[in-house]
Design a binder for this molecule. Structure first.
Ligand SMILES: Nc1nc2c(c(=O)[nH]1)N[C@H]1C(S)=C(S)[C@@H](COP(=O)(O)OP(=O)(O)OC[C@H]3O[C@@H](n4cnc5c(=O)[nH]c(N)nc54)[C@H](O)[C@@H]3O)O[C@H]1N2
Ligand SMILES: Nc1nc2c(c(=O)[nH]1)N[C@H]1C(S)=C(S)[C@@H](COP(=O)(O)OP(=O)(O)OC[C@H]3O[C@@H](n4cnc5c(=O)[nH]c(N)nc54)[C@H](O)[C@@H]3O)O[C@H]1N2
Ligand SMILES: [Mo]
Length: 600
């Protein structure tokens, strides 16, 4: 007899797929073909539940296996120290992950601010629109032109594919990705040039009088100043700098002119100190074209999934930046649902810092670089093994995550928190069910789906800002000190007057076989054949922050001055810098150039 339950995928991805499980057939899973955000297909990463050998089943202290009771008693003891930190990763995006905040607030502990992921772009959007509202999927479906801008759609957001079917497709990416190969036009521009591209396109649109005057007059009256600002940028020099020309700009304009257009902007454009300026410039281009608040138009980026909700786990505590966390300043560090030793930038620094903390507690599902350093290891429950609620940063559907299987090991975040409340004699923690209901009660229910209270069929139709009565703010400054910085000169050949730049841009996007550092890991660097290396040979990549060995994979899909090392690759973040974006306190994984040498 079948016994069907539904849940949602907890993995950190745009799609947040609904899952249907017949409990008697688990781990066999099905998608929900009726669900408005999915098409019934589920990705292969979900099957890793049963194939993953590295699941942690037993707690340990200093490498010795202990009972859960002993391990939790040691955790409680460690939290009695004065300086405590919770560093939460994004291994599971259920809202109940945040319940541990309540304990940290009670004991005066520290949390993190900013992000490893999307906060630079988010800050740019807030500068432009006052608030980051998610463009609903049905507007994307109504577009005529879709511009995929630094998002690896077929890998990281596959369930968007049905929404862009049959549309004119433009892809802006330094890599000829699978989606770029399908595009009507692929602009393979230099990395880190998207700000300039958006400014140049804005200038050209206005030059040929293609701006949306009626909309601008009502919602973005500073357009004249913005046009003047774009004119401060020199056309010829900048096009060259971007690796493009007037011909390609002309093609871009052709696809945008008078078309209902959606920009699907990904994390790729903003892994830099300048990430906020980039999103602000892209938004400014969208405003010139009048793409806000209209059917089939808009800019879709990673949205604020908690927008519009009263969040019971929002707390006031001290914070330290998540991308440059000074772990060693703390007596006790709890790493929950993350693998900072591999996923944060500047792994050498991070590992040293993690080793320098009093007690490092790792609370997760799998063995990884961080669990290897931990003093106390606490196995978590997988999202199939507990109750939760899943929001999405890409659409408005909210899913109740129901437990589909009992697990004999591990502890949920709620029970972990409850244990600590009891151990410290604290009060105020409500029942788990109460929190889950609190999230769901705030949703609207429509055709059997829950929908976020922030849902707006046409965001910004009335205007900008929280109340919708503000104007759009154009970008009017750009501060950048990375191009040709002095700090890379030591990697250039000595004595030549005009040294040849022998550094490569490091592009480090996501991989199809992994979810960040979970599941399959890699050891390859993807390089263009022109760079002079051979398939399968070992090379060392070096940056001012560190160096690591990789195996060459040749591909013509990468620009010759770039290398690609996906973020599931062991050692990639030894190359990346411990710096924060100018705004948003975001990690800047690609603000670095690397030297490639033969491993002799
Ligand atoms: N399979 C899979 N799916 C995932 C994830 C995963 O690990 N695996 N991770 C999830 C998470 S946490 C996130 S945040 C999302 C992110 O997903 P995406 O938004 O797709 O981000 P990335 O994969 O980092 O990079 C996207 C693209 O940006 C391009 N790019 C790099 N630099 C530049 C640049 O300077 N300009 C432009 N125009 N393009 C550039 C890269 O070549 C790449 O194709 O994916 C989620 N989905
Ligand atoms: N070079 C480079 N580095 C990057 C990126 C990049 O593009 N390039 N992307 C960055 C981005 S966008 C992100 S979001 C981060 C992600 O980085 P992290 O947040 O560190 O995510 P993961 O590496 O996937 O590690 C998640 C861990 O969470 C644990 N986990 C899974 N489910 C649960 C659960 O239910 N409970 C608990 N307690 N633990 C659980 C698993 O053990 C897993 O190892 O990486 C960043 N790092
Ligand atoms: Mo992310």
């Amino acid at each position: 007899m079948s016994e069907c339950v539904t849940t949602a995928c907890g993995l950190d991805c745009y799609d947040a797929c609904k899952i249907v499980v017949d409990k008697t057939k688990f781990p066999k899973l099905k998608g929900d073909a009726e669900h408005p955000a999915g098409n019934g297909a589920l990705c292969a990463l979900l099957n890793k539940y049963t194939h993953e050998a590295e699941r942690i089943t037993q707690p340990r202290i200093d490498g010795k296996k202990v009972s859960m009771e002993e391990a939790m008693a040691a955790v409680a003891e460690a939290f009695k120290k004065p300086k405590t930190l919770l560093w939460r990763g994004s291994g599971n995006l259920g809202v109940m992950q945040d319940v541990t905040n309540l304990f940290m607030e009670k004991i005066g502990g520290t949390l993190t601010s900013g992000s490893l992921c999307d906060a630079a772009g988010h800050a740019g959007i807030v500068n432009a629109r006052g608030i980051n509202r998610t463009l609903p999927l049905e507007q994307i479906a109504k577009a005529e032109t879709v511009v995929v801008w630094g998002r690896n759609l077929t890998v990281t957001n596959a369930h968007m594919m049905p929404f862009i079917e049959g549309k004119t497709l433009v892809v802006i990416d330094p890599v000829k990705t699978a989606i770029a190969k399908k595009a009507d036009f692929h602009l393979q521009l230099e990395p880190r040039m998207d700000y300039y591209l958006a400014i140049m396109l804005s200038r050209f649109v206005i030059m040929e009088d293609g701006q949306d005057d009626a909309w601008l007059e009502e919602f973005a009256p500073d357009i004249e100043d913005f046009y003047d600002y774009t004119r401060e940028h020199r056309i010829k020099a900048i096009l060259e700098h971007m690796g493009t020309d007037l011909g390609e700009m002309g093609r871009m304009l052709e696809y945008l002119r008078g078309k209902k257009t959606v920009f699907l902007v990904g994390a790729g454009v903003q892994k830099y100190t300048t990430g906020a300026y980039t999103l602000h410039a892209i938004d400014s281009l969208a405003a010139v074209l009048g793409l806000f608040g209209k059917e089939g138009c808009g800019v879709h980026y990673l949205g604020s999934s908690r927008l519009g909700f009263d969040d019971p786990f929002e707390v006031k505590t001290a914070r330290v930046p998540k991308a440059t966390t000074p772990f060693s300043e703390f007596d006790t560090v709890l790493v929950q649902g993350g693998n900072p030793a591999a996923s944060m930038p500047d792994s050498n620094r991070v590992k040293e810092e993690l080793s320098g903390t009093g007690t490092l507690i790792y609370f997760g599902l799998y063995e990884n670089e961080t669990s290897a350093l931990a003093d106390i290891v606490i196995p978590a429950k997988h999202f199939f093994e507990k109750e939760d609620v899943r929001l999405s940063y890409s659409h408005h559907y909210v899913e109740k995550m129901n437990k589909v299987v009992e697990s004999p090991f591990g502890i949920s975040e709620y029970d972990f928190t409850k244990y600590l409340f009891n151990a410290f004699g604290l009060t105020g923690l409500q029942e788990e069910r109460t929190y889950i209901e609190h999230w769901l009660e705030q949703c609207e229910e429509e055709e059997g789906c829950y929908r976020s209270p922030a849902y707006d069929p046409a965001p910004y139709a009335e205007g900008f800002g929280e109340e919708g009565d503000d104007e759009f703010i154009f970008i009017d400054e750009y501060d950048d000190d990375f191009i040709n910085p002095k700090r890379f000169t030591k990697y250039r050949k000595k004595s030549t007057k005009k040294p040849k730049d022998e550094t490569f841009w490091l592009l480090t996007p996501k991989s199809a076989k992994s979810l960040n550092t979970q599941f399959v890991r890699d050891n390859r660097v993807h390089i263009h054949p022109e760079a002079g290396f051979e398939e399968g040979e070992e090379v060392v990549l070096s940056s001012p922050y560190g160096s690591h060995r990789f195996t060459v994979h040749l591909t013509e899909d990468v620009r010759p001055n770039c290398v690609v090392v996906t973020n599931n690759t062991i050692g990639v973040n030894t190359l990346t810098p411990s710096i924060l974006s100018d705004e948003g306190e975001n990690a800047c994984y690609q603000e670095v150039k690397v030297v490639v040498t033969r491993n002799e």
